[in-house]
Ligand binder design. Sequence first.
Ligand SMILES: [Zn+2]
Length: 430
Amino acid sequence: MSKNPVSSKDFEKALEVGRPPNIKTLFPNSKALIVSGKVIDRAMMAKGKAISIAANGRNQFVIRGALLAAQKANSALIIEIAKSEGGAKAYCAVNFWNMAMLVDAVCNELKITVPVAIHADHYGIKSDKDIAAAKVEIPTMFEAGITSIAIDASNLPDDKNLLASITLNPFIPKWAGYETEVGEIKGDAGLSTVEEAVFLIQGLNAYDIFPDWIALNNGTTHGIEEKDSGIQVQLTADIHKALEKYRVSGAQHGTSGNSSERLRQIVAKTRTTKANVATALQMISWGVQVNDYGNAILDSSGNFNKVKEEGMTEEMWAEMAAYAQSKGWKKGDYKNLNLPFENKLLSLPKKIRERMVKGVEDFVYKMMTEVFNSEDTALLALETILKAGSFDLGPKMTRIESPEDWTESKITERASRLGHDKGPAGKFDD
Ligand SMILES: [Zn+2]
């Protein structure tokens, strides 16, 4: 456990100045230090070669376990949910509109004092219709306590991605964490290139938009890894290097299913400060066996291996498996069990619920302390807030690109010269 606890005076001050206005309005009397995503990125940068876990809170057990682990490791933390998981057509009970409330309540209940950001991940934009809907929906998400967002128009061609990101930027508070995506992860097809990443970041820069993070398609996939393609460390390092002067950090998606060794290389060799972990935490909360890096282990007949005395009861697991079978769901579709079964899982006895949480806590703590090097970043986050004296840390960067080089017609013309094939569409998750 960490040896650098925060003084109570500093903590009180951080609560007073460090919580964004939406959080103060929602939770006026709270002792939960919910902060902008920017705080988490800066804390990881301050430590150096450190990555914050962004735990996808697909159920309440994951949220509790991740918060307990962060407290034990004295680590800053991001709790997130993606549009597919917790948007308007979600498959989880935890969503964009109740997640901050859940996190705030759990922090107060369990006396969690580490800073936590509430991130809306993969806010997917695939059409003009999505852009129009986003203008209405994004404000509702911030009203509900989101403090960070990934606008993901990476499914669109490069120019449309950039233009959609510019169009939606006024709907994101300046103080909030902001992630942009150049490529959607989907294995080794349509890998992101240095050129298209630089194009996106330069174009945003010309419009005074300075993302905290950029996500790439760097070779891994969402969900369960079916083959050992994994994250391409060198490609990631090369792209981050090319973006160095724009001071944008990396966000790594699809972390589940990459070996600890590969993840340590991402820590050591790239500028990544955020790593999304979704599938592994869901599986562990359920009591499904995973290997040391969170990839589910299937038995000889291709089924998940539910470990006795871990996660939910055997009876509940049998019910869930039967439900999945009745729907004809394959292993990758099991995530759809989250929504119909959340209340059933919450109605399990306390002893069972606690072991579901404990499994997540132990896994996340190990990742934080043995892989991602985020131990004691809570203190650095606090120092960052107190030094700024504000919830708003401001951007890391100033404008260096000329707006006249990035008019809409020039954006389209520049994009046509990238000539990059993004490959087939992937699946959005974490
Ligand atoms: Zn993702």
